[in-house]
Design a protein around this ligand. Structure first.
Ligand code: SF4
Ligand code: SF4
Length: 193
Protein backbone atom coordinates (compact mmCIF):
# COMPACT_ATOMS: atom_id res chain seq x y z
CA UNK A 1 0.00 0.00 0.00
CA UNK A 2 1.48 3.37 -0.96
CA UNK A 3 1.72 6.34 1.42
CA UNK A 4 -1.07 8.31 -0.28
CA UNK A 5 -3.50 5.42 0.17
CA UNK A 6 -2.40 4.95 3.81
CA UNK A 7 -2.97 8.63 4.56
CA UNK A 8 -6.31 8.60 2.78
CA UNK A 9 -7.50 5.55 4.77
CA UNK A 10 -6.54 7.30 8.03
CA UNK A 11 -8.62 10.32 7.08
CA UNK A 12 -11.45 8.08 5.90
CA UNK A 13 -11.59 6.40 9.32
CA UNK A 14 -11.58 9.81 11.02
CA UNK A 15 -14.45 10.95 8.79
CA UNK A 16 -16.48 7.77 9.23
CA UNK A 17 -16.01 7.73 13.02
CA UNK A 18 -17.10 11.36 13.27
CA UNK A 19 -20.16 10.72 11.09
CA UNK A 20 -21.07 7.63 13.06
CA UNK A 21 -20.95 9.52 16.33
CA UNK A 22 -23.26 12.26 15.06
CA UNK A 23 -25.66 9.91 13.24
CA UNK A 24 -25.93 7.80 16.40
CA UNK A 25 -26.79 10.86 18.49
CA UNK A 26 -29.43 11.99 16.03
CA UNK A 27 -30.98 8.68 14.99
CA UNK A 28 -30.36 5.95 17.54
CA UNK A 29 -33.45 6.52 19.71
CA UNK A 30 -35.76 5.99 16.72
CA UNK A 31 -33.68 3.13 15.27
CA UNK A 32 -33.73 1.37 18.66
CA UNK A 33 -37.55 1.15 18.51
CA UNK A 34 -37.70 0.27 14.81
CA UNK A 35 -39.65 -2.81 13.80
CA UNK A 36 -38.40 -2.84 10.19
CA UNK A 37 -34.67 -2.20 10.42
CA UNK A 38 -33.32 -1.03 7.05
CA UNK A 39 -30.04 -3.02 7.24
CA UNK A 40 -29.93 -5.63 4.49
CA UNK A 41 -27.41 -8.34 3.73
CA UNK A 42 -27.19 -6.99 0.16
CA UNK A 43 -25.37 -3.98 1.61
CA UNK A 44 -23.26 -6.02 4.05
CA UNK A 45 -21.97 -8.06 1.09
CA UNK A 46 -20.58 -4.87 -0.47
CA UNK A 47 -18.28 -4.54 2.53
CA UNK A 48 -16.63 -7.89 1.78
CA UNK A 49 -16.55 -7.46 -2.00
CA UNK A 50 -14.85 -4.08 -1.92
CA UNK A 51 -11.03 -4.21 -1.58
CA UNK A 52 -11.04 -0.64 -0.27
CA UNK A 53 -13.63 -1.30 2.45
CA UNK A 54 -11.81 -4.50 3.43
CA UNK A 55 -8.62 -2.50 3.96
CA UNK A 56 -10.57 -0.09 6.14
CA UNK A 57 -12.48 -2.55 8.37
CA UNK A 58 -10.24 -5.67 8.30
CA UNK A 59 -13.21 -7.67 9.65
CA UNK A 60 -14.16 -9.73 6.57
CA UNK A 61 -13.85 -12.92 8.65
CA UNK A 62 -16.76 -11.77 10.82
CA UNK A 63 -19.23 -11.82 7.92
CA UNK A 64 -22.12 -14.17 8.66
CA UNK A 65 -23.91 -15.88 5.75
CA UNK A 66 -27.34 -15.33 7.36
CA UNK A 67 -27.04 -11.90 8.90
CA UNK A 68 -24.07 -10.26 7.23
CA UNK A 69 -22.64 -7.83 9.79
CA UNK A 70 -25.92 -7.23 11.59
CA UNK A 71 -25.72 -8.42 15.20
CA UNK A 72 -28.17 -8.19 18.11
CA UNK A 73 -26.55 -4.89 19.08
CA UNK A 74 -26.43 -3.39 15.58
CA UNK A 75 -23.72 -3.34 12.93
CA UNK A 76 -20.58 -5.17 14.00
CA UNK A 77 -18.39 -3.20 11.57
CA UNK A 78 -16.74 -0.43 13.55
CA UNK A 79 -15.67 1.18 10.30
CA UNK A 80 -15.64 0.35 6.61
CA UNK A 81 -19.42 0.13 6.26
CA UNK A 82 -20.61 0.73 2.69
CA UNK A 83 -21.36 4.43 2.18
CA UNK A 84 -24.99 3.64 1.37
CA UNK A 85 -25.42 2.53 5.02
CA UNK A 86 -24.93 6.20 5.97
CA UNK A 87 -26.77 7.81 3.07
CA UNK A 88 -30.19 6.38 3.79
CA UNK A 89 -32.54 7.83 6.40
CA UNK A 90 -36.15 6.70 6.49
CA UNK A 91 -39.02 9.20 6.36
CA UNK A 92 -39.48 8.93 10.13
CA UNK A 93 -35.96 10.16 10.74
CA UNK A 94 -36.65 13.25 8.64
CA UNK A 95 -40.13 13.70 10.15
CA UNK A 96 -38.71 13.92 13.66
CA UNK A 97 -36.07 16.52 12.76
CA UNK A 98 -36.95 19.88 14.35
CA UNK A 99 -37.18 21.70 11.00
CA UNK A 100 -36.22 21.62 7.32
CA UNK A 101 -32.72 22.92 8.00
CA UNK A 102 -32.00 20.04 10.39
CA UNK A 103 -33.37 17.58 7.82
CA UNK A 104 -31.09 19.08 5.14
CA UNK A 105 -28.08 18.93 7.46
CA UNK A 106 -28.80 15.29 8.31
CA UNK A 107 -28.92 14.40 4.63
CA UNK A 108 -25.61 16.22 4.05
CA UNK A 109 -24.04 14.40 7.01
CA UNK A 110 -25.02 11.05 5.50
CA UNK A 111 -23.45 12.01 2.16
CA UNK A 112 -19.95 12.85 3.42
CA UNK A 113 -18.36 9.45 2.68
CA UNK A 114 -19.95 9.39 -0.75
CA UNK A 115 -18.55 12.84 -1.47
CA UNK A 116 -15.06 12.00 -0.22
CA UNK A 117 -14.78 8.86 -2.37
CA UNK A 118 -16.65 9.78 -5.56
CA UNK A 119 -15.08 9.62 -9.03
CA UNK A 120 -11.99 7.76 -7.82
CA UNK A 121 -11.60 6.02 -11.16
CA UNK A 122 -13.64 7.79 -13.86
CA UNK A 123 -17.13 7.84 -12.26
CA UNK A 124 -16.54 4.92 -9.88
CA UNK A 125 -16.33 5.60 -6.15
CA UNK A 126 -13.39 4.08 -4.28
CA UNK A 127 -15.46 1.31 -2.74
CA UNK A 128 -16.56 0.11 -6.21
CA UNK A 129 -13.01 -0.45 -7.50
CA UNK A 130 -12.76 -4.23 -7.51
CA UNK A 131 -9.03 -4.80 -8.12
CA UNK A 132 -6.98 -4.10 -5.01
CA UNK A 133 -3.86 -3.36 -7.09
CA UNK A 134 -5.73 -0.48 -8.81
CA UNK A 135 -6.02 1.36 -5.48
CA UNK A 136 -2.28 2.06 -5.41
CA UNK A 137 -2.40 3.55 -8.91
CA UNK A 138 -5.05 6.19 -8.25
CA UNK A 139 -4.40 9.89 -8.47
CA UNK A 140 -5.10 10.92 -4.87
CA UNK A 141 -5.01 14.68 -5.49
CA UNK A 142 -8.73 14.93 -6.26
CA UNK A 143 -9.67 12.40 -3.57
CA UNK A 144 -7.70 14.34 -0.97
CA UNK A 145 -9.44 17.55 -1.92
CA UNK A 146 -12.89 15.89 -1.69
CA UNK A 147 -11.85 14.40 1.66
CA UNK A 148 -10.85 17.87 2.92
CA UNK A 149 -14.30 19.20 1.92
CA UNK A 150 -16.04 16.34 3.73
CA UNK A 151 -13.93 16.76 6.88
CA UNK A 152 -14.62 20.50 6.87
CA UNK A 153 -18.35 19.80 6.47
CA UNK A 154 -18.20 17.33 9.38
CA UNK A 155 -16.72 20.05 11.63
CA UNK A 156 -19.41 22.50 10.53
CA UNK A 157 -22.20 20.00 11.24
CA UNK A 158 -20.68 19.14 14.63
CA UNK A 159 -20.68 22.84 15.54
CA UNK A 160 -24.22 23.28 14.23
CA UNK A 161 -25.48 20.40 16.38
CA UNK A 162 -23.59 21.73 19.40
CA UNK A 163 -24.65 25.39 19.37
CA UNK A 164 -26.94 25.97 16.37
CA UNK A 165 -24.35 28.14 14.57
CA UNK A 166 -24.33 28.13 10.76
CA UNK A 167 -22.58 31.09 9.15
CA UNK A 168 -22.91 32.03 5.49
CA UNK A 169 -19.42 30.62 4.81
CA UNK A 170 -20.40 27.39 6.55
CA UNK A 171 -23.56 27.10 4.44
CA UNK A 172 -21.46 27.58 1.29
CA UNK A 173 -19.01 24.90 2.41
CA UNK A 174 -21.89 22.46 2.95
CA UNK A 175 -23.20 23.21 -0.55
CA UNK A 176 -20.00 21.69 -1.97
CA UNK A 177 -21.06 18.25 -0.72
CA UNK A 178 -22.65 16.20 -3.46
CA UNK A 179 -25.82 14.48 -2.28
CA UNK A 180 -26.33 11.08 -3.95
CA UNK A 181 -29.53 10.18 -5.72
CA UNK A 182 -32.39 9.22 -3.37
CA UNK A 183 -33.81 5.71 -3.23
CA UNK A 184 -36.77 4.22 -1.35
CA UNK A 185 -34.59 1.72 0.49
CA UNK A 186 -30.82 1.46 0.97
CA UNK A 187 -30.84 -2.06 -0.51
CA UNK A 188 -32.37 -0.61 -3.70
CA UNK A 189 -29.61 2.02 -3.85
CA UNK A 190 -27.03 -0.69 -3.34
CA UNK A 191 -28.46 -2.81 -6.14
CA UNK A 192 -28.55 0.13 -8.58
CA UNK A 193 -24.88 1.00 -8.20
S1 SF4 B 1 -33.26 4.50 9.70
FE1 SF4 B 1 -35.46 4.24 9.95
S2 SF4 B 1 -35.90 2.24 8.95
FE2 SF4 B 1 -33.69 2.31 9.35
S3 SF4 B 1 -33.44 1.31 11.36
FE3 SF4 B 1 -33.60 3.53 11.72
S4 SF4 B 1 -35.76 3.91 12.13
FE4 SF4 B 1 -35.60 1.89 11.15
S1 SF4 C 1 -24.90 -0.88 8.70
FE1 SF4 C 1 -24.58 -1.70 6.64
S2 SF4 C 1 -22.89 -3.16 6.84
FE2 SF4 C 1 -23.70 -2.79 8.89
S3 SF4 C 1 -25.23 -4.38 9.23
FE3 SF4 C 1 -26.31 -2.61 8.41
S4 SF4 C 1 -26.38 -2.97 6.20
FE4 SF4 C 1 -24.80 -4.32 7.02
Amino acid sequence: MNDALKTYIKQYIELESGMQELVLKKCSSLCAQCTSVCCDIVMCVEAIKSPFLKLVHQQADQFDEQNGFLSATGCSLKQGRPSVCYEYFCDNQFYFQPDDLHAEILQTLGALLHHATKDAKSDLPLEDIMQEEDLDLLDFQQLESQMAESLQALDIIRTFYRDGTLTEDARNALKLIQIPEEFDTPAEASAQR
